[in-house]
Design a protein around this ligand. Structure first.
Ligand code: GDG
Length: 489
C-alpha cells in the first residue's frame, strides 16, 4: 500500500554450533518440552551489538518422522533456535566418531586412536565422510535462513568443514569460525589423515579466532608448513586472498554470578553448606568427566597430600563434581572406572566412621547450587592436561569476593595466560608438585590470598563473555568480503 513504511530488516547473526543451547524432550507425537542450557555462549550472544541473533544446531535428539521434525522446528522458534536433524548413524559416525574420538583427543595432544590400525583406517574414512556430510547439512540449514548482509559465526571443531560449504553456496556470505579447544602444534596436526582438507576448509572463513595467541600461531604454522601457504601478521594468505586469524580470549558473564550470590535461595544454600562442612577446608573440582581435565591426577595428588600431611586428616575435604559426558565412548567409560577406583581407595585409606575425605559426584548440580559451592570453597583445583580456556576457573574467581580463596591452575589451560599472576600455576603431570601446591594454598596467609584474588577478579570482571562476542562479531563485520572463491585444494 502507498504510504506504508518498510522497516529495514535487522542484520541477523546466525550462530552455528553442533548443539543448540536447548535440549528437547518429546512428550507426544507433536509436543515437546524444551530445557534451556544457560551457558556462557548464550549470555554472551544476548547483547551482541544490536544484531538479531539466531542459533542453528542439533537439538540432541533423534527425530526420524516428519511430524516430529515440523513440530520441534515450530516449538524452537520462540527460543530463537533452528534445528538441524541428524539421524542416529550420523551422530555415531560424525559426533561420537570423528569429532569426539579423533579431533577432540588430537587437539588436546592425546594423539589419534591407537586400536587395530586397519580397523581405524577403515572407520576413519567413513567417519570423515560422515563429518563432511553433517557439515553440509548444517550449511543447507544456514542457507535457508541467510539473507544478504547477515553474519554467520561457526563454532568449534565439529564444524571445520562448514566455512567451505557455506562459501561454495554463497561466496558473498560473511563467515567467521571460532575454535573453543586448543589448536595443537603443527607437528601434532600433521598426523591427522585429513589434515590438509580441514585446514583448507577453515581458510574459506573470513575470520578465524582462537582463545589465545599460541593457538593462533599453531594454526598459522600448520597452514604454512603443511599447506605451503604464506603467513602474514594478519593471518594466512592463499592465492592473494587473506583469511584473518586472531586471538579472542573468551570470558564469563561475571555479573550474573555476582548477582546470584545475593539471591535469598542461594544465600540459604551457602549457610547450609557452611554448616555441613564446619571446621573443614574445602577443595573444589568441577569438570566434565573428560580425560583432558586431569581428574585422576588431581585425586592422586590429593591422596599424596593426605599421606604427607596427617595433621590435615579430617580437616579438609575434596568436593569433585564430575559431570558425565560422551558416555557412549568406551574411553570415557574406562576413565569413569579408573576414577572410581582411586576415590574408593582414598575413602578406604583416609575415611573414618564419621567423615570421608572425598565427595565425588557423578552428576551435574543445578546452577544455584554450583554458585553456592563456588562461594564457600577455600581452594579450587583445575588440573587440565590441556584445556582451551577453562571457564570453571573464571566462575570460581567471580564468586570469591568475600572468601578470597586460592586458585590452583594447570599451566596447560588457556586460562593460565590470563589468571596466571593470581593463581598457583602447576604442571598436573607432576603429582608431588601438585600435592605441595595444595599445602601451599591451604596455608596461604590472608594478605597474599587477597592480593592474588584482586588480580584475578579484576581480569574476570573486565573481560566478559559479551565483550568477547562483540569483539569477534565487530571484527568480522568490518572485514570486506573477498568473494572470489579459492579454487586451489
Ligand atoms: C569448552 C573448552 C573452554 C560444569 N559442571 C556443572 C556446570 N558446569 C559448567 C561450568 C562451565 C562449563 O560447564 C564448563 O566450561 P569449561 O570452560 O570449564 O570447560 P568445557 O566444558 O570443556 O568447555 C574449554 C570452553 O569450551 C569455552 O570456550 O573454556 O576449554 O573445553 O560454565 O559452570 N554447570 C552446572 N552444573 C554443573 O554441575 N549448572
Amino acid at each position: 500500500h502507498q504510504g506504508d513504511v518498510v522497516k529495514p530488516r535487522k542484520q541477523q547473526l546466525l550462530v552455528v554450533a553442533n548443539r543448540l543451547p536447548v535440549t528437547a524432550h518429546r512428550k507426544g507425537e507433536d509436543s515437546w518440552s524444551l530445557e534451556v542450557t544457560a551457558g556462557g555462549l548464550v549470555s554472551a550472544l544476548l547483547g551482541v551489538n544490536e544484531l538479531d541473533a539466531k542459533w542453528i544446531g542439533w537439538a540432541g535428539v533423534n527425530v526420524p518422522d516428519e511430524i516430529g521434525q515440523t513440530s520441534l522446528t515450530e516449538a524452537l522458534v520462540e527460543k530463537r533456535c533452528i534445528p538441524v536433524f541428524l539421524d542416529e548413524e550420523m551422530v555415531d559416525k560424525y559426533y561420537n566418531g570423528y569429532c569426539n574420538n579423533i579431533l577432540w583427543p588430537l587437539f588436546h595432544y592425546l594423539g589419534l586412536p591407537q586400536e587395530d590400525r586397519l580397523a581405524t583406517t577403515r572407520s576413519f574414512q567413513s567417519q570423515f565422510d560422515a563429518y563432511k556430510l553433517a557439515n553440509q547439512m548444517f550449511a543447507d540449514v544456514v542457507c535457508q535462513h541467510y539473507e544478504d548482509g547477515d553474519v554467520v559465526w561457526c563454532h568449534d571443531y565439529h564444524l571445520m568443514f562448514l566455512p567451505k560449504c557455506l562459501k561454495e553456496k554463497n561466496s558473498k556470505m560473511k563467515v567467521g569460525w571460532f575454535l573453543h579447544t586448543p589448536f595443537p602444534s603443527s607437528e601434532i596436526h600433521r598426523t591427522l589423515p585429513s589434515r590438509s582438507e580441514l585446514l583448507h576448509s577453515v581458510l574459506y572463513a573470513d575470520l578465524v579466532g582462537f582463545h589465545n595467541y599460541d593457538y593462533a600461531r599453531h594454526f598459522v604454522s600448520a597452514c604454512t608448513r603443511i599447506l605451503g601457504l604464506e603467513g602474514t601478521p594478519q593471518g594466512v594468505e592463499n592465492q592473494g586472498k587473506l583469511t584473518h586469524v586472531a586471538a579472542f580470549p573468551i570470558g564469563i558473564d561475571s555479573g550474573r554470578f555476582k548477582r546470584a550470590l545475593k539471591i535469598p535461595e542461594i544465600e540459604d544454600h551457602i549457610k547450609e553448606l557452611k554448616k555441613t562442612f564446619a571446621g573443614k577446608k574445602i577443595i573444589l573440582g568441577v569438570d566434565r568427566l573428560d580425560m583432558i581435565k586431569g581428574i585422576p591426577q588431581k585425586i592422586l595428588a590429593f591422596e599424596k597430600f593426605l599421606e604427607e600431611n596427617p595433621e590435615w586428616h579430617d580437616k579438609v575435604v575434596l568436593l569433585q563434581i564430575a559431570v558425565p559426558t560422551r558416555t557412549d565412548v568406551p574411553e570415557y567409560q574406562k576413565l569413569t572406572s579408573q576414577v572410581h577406583e582411586i576415590v574408593g581407595r582414598i575413602t578406604g585409606r583416609f575415611g573414618t566412621l564419621t567423615s570421608i575425605p572425598i565427595h565425588h559426584l557423578d552428576r551435574a548440580v543445578d546452577w544455584n547450587a554450583l554458585c553456592a559451592i563456588y562461594a564457600i570453597t577455600d581452594v579450587a583445583l583445575v588440573t587440565s592436561l590441556r584445556d582451551g580456556m577453562n571457564l570453571v576457573s573464571y566462575e570460581f574467581v567471580a564468586c570469591q569476593e568475600s572468601k578470597k580463596g586460592v586458585l590452583i591452575l594447570s599451566e596447560f589451560a588457556g586460562a593460565a595466560q590470563s589468571l596466571g599472576a593470581g593463581a598457583l600455576l602447576v604442571n598436573p603431570w607432576n603429582i608431588s608438585e601438585l600435592a605441595a601446591s595444595i599445602g601451599q594454598a591451604l596455608n596461604m596467609p590472608a594478605v597474599e590470598r587477597e592480593k592474588r584474588h584482586r588480580h584475578n577478579y579484576a581480569h574476570v570482571t573486565s573481560h566478559t563473555s559479551k565483550q568477547w562476542a562483540d569483539m569477534f562479531v565487530s571484527e568480522l563485520n568490518d572485514i570486506v568480503v573477498d568473494d572470489q572463491l579459492r579454487t586451489r585444494q
